[in-house]
Design a protein. Sequence first.
Length: 145
Amino acid sequence: MSFDVFLIPSSETPDEPVFQSRASAACEGIGATWLDDGVRFANGGSVEVYGGDEGGVMFALRAFAPAIVELIYAVADATSCFIMWEGDMHRTPGNEGALPGGNDVPFELVSSWQELGERIAPDFGDWSSFAAEARVMINPPGSET
C-alpha cells in the first residue's frame, strides 16, 4: 500500500529519451540516481517510481521526507509535468504546458519543493493513519503473520 503522487505530462513534456535524460539530471542535481525501478538517494534511501516511458510517472510513497518531496518537485519541474495526488493538481514554474486533451482541471502553482511539501503533508498524514489502521485490521495484535 502506498500514497501515490503522479506526474501528469503537459503539452511541453518531452518524449521518452529526453524525459529520462531530464529526470536523471534532476535527480543528480539533488544527489540521487534515477534507476529503472525507482530512485536511490545518496544516504541509501529509495522511492519506487513507475512509468516514465511515456512521460507519466507515479511515485509510490511509503514514507514522507524532505528529500522525497524535493525529488518529486525537481523531476516535475525538469520535465514540465503537473503534480497530482488525491485529485489535487499543481504546476511548477518550469511547466508552461497545458494539460493534454484540452482538459480544464484547475491547478495551483507551487513555487518551491518546500511549498509542495506543505501541501502534500496533510494528505500523506491522513493516508498514513489509514494505512496503519488497515495493517492492524489485516494483522490484529496476537495474530500470526
